[in-house]
Design a protein around this ligand. Structure first.
Ligand SMILES: [Zn+2]
Length: 219
């Protein structure tokens, strides 16, 4: 077991089941069916935030994903959670977290590529996910963690509660929807360059003239 807080995950899983929540996993959903906003809008905004405001960490993250996902599949599911007070499925696609950046980059690279999705959903609304594929309802913590275990590196799961959420308070995160879970890897394995790489790249590339700001992702 690579998960460092397995018993906590087990307890959390039992707890959400008692609150009438399911985790439903649907494998290989076409990313364009989840990413309902045009991905270029978000990617351009990220470049502008860097060029104008100097905030480069998100840009660098997206750029690394852009390079990595061109050649590799997304290996762990993205997570969708559901706010209690929304009734229309359309607007629910905005609630991908974690996995929003992977979704946007993948959708930009190839809208028809497939991605695995975990829906943390109130039991009473679970049929809303039917149109996206059959999927399975996760039965226990082991099954939930399988894709993360398969990576073979140690990790911790940060597990949200309903409001108020002690986990988000502790980690200084914005709590969005009930029972979100976020993996925290001991090592960023999913792309090669760390944040140090940005400075090196920037020194080399700063005088580049681009026709389109999107070219910064591939320069
Ligand atoms: Zn939370």
């Amino acid at each position: 077991m690579h998960c460092t807080n397995f018993f906590e995950v087990e307890r959390w899983f039992k707890h959400i089941t008692k609150q009438d929540f399911f985790v439903k996993r649907i494998n290989r959903i076409k990313v364009k069916n989840i990413c309902t906003e045009p991905p270029t809008v978000e990617l351009e905004r990220t470049v502008r935030d860097w060029l104008v405001g100097g905030e480069w960490t998100t840009f660098w993250h997206m750029k690394q994903l852009m390079l990595t996902l061109k050649q590799n599949d997304v290996r762990v599911p993205i997570v969708l959670t559901r706010p209690g007070d929304i009734d229309e499925l359309e607007s629910l696609y905005n609630h991908v977290d974690p996995g929003g950046s992977r979704m946007i980059v993948l959708c930009y690279l190839n809208p028809n590529s497939k991605i695995d999705v975990d829906f943390v959903w109130p039991k009473q609304h679970i049929s809303e996910t039917d149109q996206l594929g059959e999927g399975i309802v996760i039965q226990n913590a082991e099954q939930l963690l399988k894709p993360y275990e398969d990576i073979g590196l140690s990790y911790e799961m940060l597990l949200c509660d309903d409001e108020p959420c002690a986990t988000c308070e502790k980690h200084n995160k914005i709590h969005n929807n009930p029972f979100r879970f976020v993996v925290k890897w001991n090592k960023d394995w999913f792309y090669k360059e760390d944040t140090q790489g940005f400075n090196k790249w920037y020194e080399k590339s700063k005088d580049t003239v681009v026709n389109n700001i999107m070219d910064w992702y591939t320069t």
